[in-house]
Design a binder for this molecule. Structure first.
Ligand code: ZN
Ligand code: ZN
Length: 363
């Protein structure tokens, strides 16, 4: 059944989003319609809206959401009324990559890859941004993109599990598989970097060094498990890492910022047998460089991590349990809450680096 939804539409890169009424077509086979209660703004939404990664317009972005199933298509095993997290990870569970634990890289084509359920008042198709289009009161997504959550988990906190938290924690636990006792450096303590810090604490790293330029973010990093913090305004990080590791340098350096200079820093502070893990995404075309003879000679690795290589049906319930046990912070990662009408203010705060996670709340 189609519905009318208010949504924030990007009609021109770099311009404010326009809140409009759109028509959302109902779910088809294997799909669900979810009424959202909360959607967090991720830095990726800002990058898309600013045109850094290209793509077609007009589009609705937003991909870090939580809500309640209101309609299911044929063949869906979930029931109407179930509270869920909605993610952009769409997977078949059967292809080569899914079978190897890389659902984020699923190669199967889905019906929603070829059609958008959204149209505007003139009947024109609106791009289903990041497979989710969650800057809207309701979404239609494939059933593989949702995970049921406990009814007592607040929707705003739950929404963070859809991207920021799984991306950060998953980079540590799934992508890098950090061993207990490791020395971990986190470059950039935004919405994802702070969750890398939480992941490193979960992995029982011995030293967790948080690096940023905002004192408030470093304070939060310390609360979330960072053993050391370093403000870049005080100079380079090299000496601290050298003294912490007896000149061995870091086992793992997570680059959780799109700033190109962080790549060079990572290369300077990663040790023999160490790994640099790229979590932040710069604009398309930004290049980094490395010295291959140093990399080979020191047995180092460079790893890319998309969405924390997460398997959402496994990882999100695990993270919820950690939240309930008091081992994972969610509520404290939220900077502010906004109604949909103020989404451009919420986006501006994320763009400036002032906010960790701003969350749109639907009434
Ligand atoms: Zn995201
Ligand atoms: Zn697959």
């Amino acid at each position: 059944m189609s519905s009318t939804v208010r949504a924030a539409v990007c009609r021109s890169f770099g311009e404010p989003l326009a809140v409009e009424e759109l028509t959302l077509a109902g779910p088809e086979t294997g799909e669900v319609r979810v009424r959202l209660r909360a959607v967090a703004i991720c830095h990726s939404d800002v990058s898309y809206a600013d045109g850094e990664w290209g793509g077609e317009l007009p589009a609705v972005f937003g991909h870090e959401a939580a809500g309640e199933i209101v309609e299911v298509g044929d063949g869906v095993g979930f029931e109407v009324g179930t509270s869920v997290v909605v993610t952009l990870i769409r997977s078949c569970g059967e292809c080569h990559r899914c079978q190897n634990g890389a659902e984020v890289a699923c190669s199967t084509q889905f019906a929603l890859d070829g059609r958008s359920p959204l149209t505007d008042r003139d009947g024109a198709s609106i791009v289903h941004g990041m497979r989710t289009a969650a800057f809207a009161e309701e979404v239609v997504v494939h059933a593989s993109q949702i995970v049921p959550i406990d009814g007592d988990l607040p929707a705003d906190s739950a929404s963070l599990l859809a991207c920021g938290v799984i991306t950060g924690v998953g980079a540590v636990v799934n992508t890098a598989q950090v061993e207990p006792g490791s020395t971990v450096v986190v470059l950039g303590c935004g919405g994802v970097g702070l969750n890398v810090v939480q992941g490193a604490a979960i992995a029982k790293a011995a030293s967790i060094v948080a690096v940023d330029m905002h004192a408030g973010k470093l304070e939060l990093a310390a609360r979330l498990g960072a053993t050391h913090t370093h403000d870049l305004a005080d100079g380079p990080i090299d000496d601290l890492v050298r003294s912490l590791t007896n000149d061995e340098m870091a086992d793992y350096v997570f680059v959780a910022t799109g700033a190109p200079s962080a790549l060079a820093t990572a290369g300077d502070i990663v040790g023999t047998m160490g790994a640099v893990v790229i979590v932040g995404m710069p604009a398309t075309g930004v290049a980094g460089s490395f010295d291959p003879s140093t990399l080979a000679g020191n047995n180092q690795r460079i790893l890319g991590s998309k969405m924390g290589t997460s398997v959402i049906a496994r990882d999100i319930p695990d993270l919820m349990q950690r939240y309930h046990d008091g081992d994972l912070e969610l509520d404290g990662l939220i900077s502010r809450r906004f109604p949909l009408e103020q989404i451009n203010d919420a986006m501006d705060e994320v763009r400036s680096g002032a906010a960790l996670r701003n969350v749109i709340i639907f009434d």
